[in-house]
Design a protein around this ligand. Structure first.
Ligand SMILES: Cc1cc2nc3c(=O)[nH]c(=O)nc-3n(C[C@H](O)[C@H](O)[C@H](O)COP(=O)(O)O)c2cc1C
Length: 155
């Protein structure tokens, strides 16, 4: 399978998840990861599985991911396997008020799913990965979870 993982990342956590997935998928597939700003118009052609990863910013994906999704043609994702993931902060480590605000805004992955459907995707697999707000590192076990999720996407 030809796989393209498109990501954005401010502090590197989303990139690490994308990298773990790419490493896992490369064992049996042609899997590439690219920063969203490096994706050209023709890059989605011949891709069987498109994965989009973004940090959650105020409940949304980053502006660069949004601009990318807005810019591709209406049927760019038609007939492809599609998946989206986000990273966000661990809830139990937040103060309750911030936790409620974040809950209310929701996860980037839900916005990305909607936008991928607008571009022809039919069934977007979704997952969220967590960053520990105190240590500012990915929560323990998240890279392994990302690899396991990646394997599910190609089954
Ligand atoms: C401007 C901004 C807004 C954020 N908004 C949210 C949010 O709404 N919900 C949440 O869980 N985390 C939020 N975060 C935390 C980020 O999701 C977290 O830092 C991100 O997953 C790290 O990914 P990165 O290292 O790939 O940039 C926000 C971070 C920034 C910088």
């Amino acid at each position: 399978m030809n796989i393209l993982i498109i990501f954005d990342s401010l502090y590197g956590h989303t990139e690490k998840i994308a990298h773990a997935m790419q490493e896992e998928l490369s064992k049996d597939h042609e899997a590439r990861m690219e920063h969203v700003l490096n994706i050209g118009l023709g890059d989605l052609a011949h891709i069987d599985l498109v994965v989009i990863g973004s940090p959650t910013h105020g409940g949304y994906e980053t502006e660069d991911i949004k601009v990318f999704l807005d810019g591709i043609s209406d049927n760019a994702l038609r007939g492809k396997r599609t998946a989206a993931f986000d990273t966000s902060v661990v809830k139990e480590k937040q103060n309750p008020i911030l936790g409620k605000i974040i809950d209310w805004f929701g996860h980037a992955v839900n916005r990305v799913e909607g936008e991928m459907i607008e571009k022809g995707a039919t069934n977007v697999q979704k997952e969220s990965f967590l960053v520990d707000g105190e240590t500012e590192m990915l929560k323990e076990g998240e890279l392994e979870r990302a690899k396991a999720w990646a394997r599910e996407l190609v089954n």
